[in-house]
Design a protein around this ligand. Structure first.
Ligand code: DOR
Length: 436
């Protein structure tokens, strides 16, 4: 007689389970029941089994920084395509940035997005509302109402906040509303160019913005964070000095920081191509900065990685660098680029990368997330560390094509992404079986 198969339960067998938050780093089995981790241990069996022999199993990746271009630019990305790209990259939770058209600065826009997330998103999607109306840096948004409508945090991403006074009041208001603040640190009186102001820009004859455009804004934000007590996250840190500033304020403020896969793996040499592809904010930096942010990530000064997934239409990206829109796709190449370049390159142990892509951002979002601990949500990422693939339009699910890794061969690939116990991205092929 065949056993009834419980559809809400399955066992992942023989995976190399790596979860620094639970001290797991060995080949074992994991039972998922009703969307949660029910058991971790050897010799588990179940009605439905996934044979993960040769694969690594991590807590699901968490990306606190993505642009899914909804509302307004659904030609570039939608919640459906952005979440498919996130799932393909192993992300189980994503925070959507507010620099859309219209800007996410009113409760009605937040509640509209909540409905669309419910209908379209394959992964857990969270909304960052705008810190100020229209992201114009003048009038603060109604943060309490935005939170009631479903916003998870507030941000000035895409532009930054020109006035320190507005930023300070924004932090005070966000704190009383109980919302974390994600900050894009860029001083526009200094950021007058299109790439990093350095040797590569000078040789190519492209106007540059100095590193101080980021560093001065980061210093201001950190000083205000210490003074106001707000929960502040500095996103896409790209210079060694900004990372050092975050380190200084770690014990003085409720502050965290992230850096991106591209700032960890690419440098401003690429601007010599003059291609619009390589324009991004903050700009690609010289190798000293790339190494500096890598060391800060290794040492935990920068807490985690976020992708700044920024899809752009080809007519806005395939232009000379001075005219191109800034930003790169990020979800689908994040882990593979970082594994290929900085884990295999000896900068970061694999366990720290998993901590930086899963555990730490998971904890930042909610206590008890980003872990394979028993009782936690079954949000998991299965990866084949040995698979090699070449990044190309046809290998990406995003609606846009602006990956700076196009044409590069990367090592490691996401094979499966599980959200709440459901396999929502599936390249497992014949590994799934039902036992009689
Ligand atoms: O390069 C960037 N692109 N940096 C940002 O901060 C915003 C993003 C976008 O929205 O395209």
């Amino acid at each position: 007689m065949s056993r009834a198969v419980n559809a809400s339960e399955f066992v992942i067998r023989n995976a190399h389970v790596l979860d620094p938050s639970s001290d797991l780093d060995r080949i074992t089995d994991v039972r998922l029941t009703e969307g949660r981790i029910a058991e971790v241990g050897d010799g588990l069996r179940g009605g439905r089994e996934l044979d993960a022999d040769g694969l690594h199993l991590f807590p699901g990746f968490v990306d606190v920084h993505a642009h899914w271009r909804t509302p307004g630019r659904e030609d570039e990305e939608t919640i459906e395509s952005g979440s498919a790209a996130a799932a393909a990259g192993g992300f189980t939770s994503v925070v959507m940035m507010p620099n859309t058209d219209p800007v996410v600065d009113k409760p009605v826009i937040v509640s509209g997005l909540m409905r669309r997330i419910e209908q379209e998103s394959r992964v857990r999607a969270y909304i960052s509302a705008a810190l100020h109306a229209g992201l114009e840096g003048k009038r603060l948004t109604e943060m309490r109402l935005l939170k009631e409508a479903g916003a998870f945090c507030v941000s000035d991403d895409g532009l930054g906040t020109a006035s320190a006074g507005v930023l300070r009041n924004g932090m005070l208001y966000a704190r009383t509303a109980g919302l974390p603040v994600i900050l894009h640190c860029e001083d526009h009186t200094l950021a007058t160019g299109v790439v990093h102001d350095g040797v590569a820009a000078a040789l190519a004859g492209i106007p540059g913005s100095p590193a101080s455009a980021e560093d001065a804004a980061t210093a201001t934000a950190l000083i205000l964070a210490a003074e106001t007590g707000a929960k502040v996250h500095i996103t896409h840190v790209s210079t060694a000095l900004s990372a050092a500033l975050v380190a200084f304020f770690k014990s003085r403020a409720d502050v965290t920081g992230d850096t991106t896969p591209h700032h960890l793996t690419l440098t401003d040499d690429l601007v010599s191509t003059l291609e619009g592809m390589y324009r991004v904010n903050p700009p690609l930096r010289p190798d000293d900065d790339r190494r500096g942010v890598g060391e800060a990530l290794r040492d935990g000064v920068l807490d985690f990685v976020a992708t700044d997934h920024a899809p752009h239409a080809s007519e806005e990206k395939e232009l000379p660098i001075e005219e191109a829109a800034p930003g790169f796709l990020g979800h689908e190449t994040a882990f593979a680029a970082l594994y290929s370049e900085i884990v295999l390159g000896g900068v970061l142990p694999l366990s720290r990368l998993v901590e930086a892509m899963s555990c730490a951002p998971g904890r930042w979002m909610s206590e008890g997330a980003g872990t394979i601990g028993v009782g936690a949500s079954a949000d998991l990422t299965l990866v084949d560390l040995s698979e090699e693939w070449t990044v190309g339009r046809e290998s990406l699910l995003s609606q846009s094509a602006n990956s700076p890794y196009t044409g590069r061969k990367l090592t490691s690939r996401v094979v499966g992404t599980i959200v709440g116990g459901e396999l929502i991205h599936d390249r497992t092929g014949a590994r799934f079986g039902v036992r009689a």
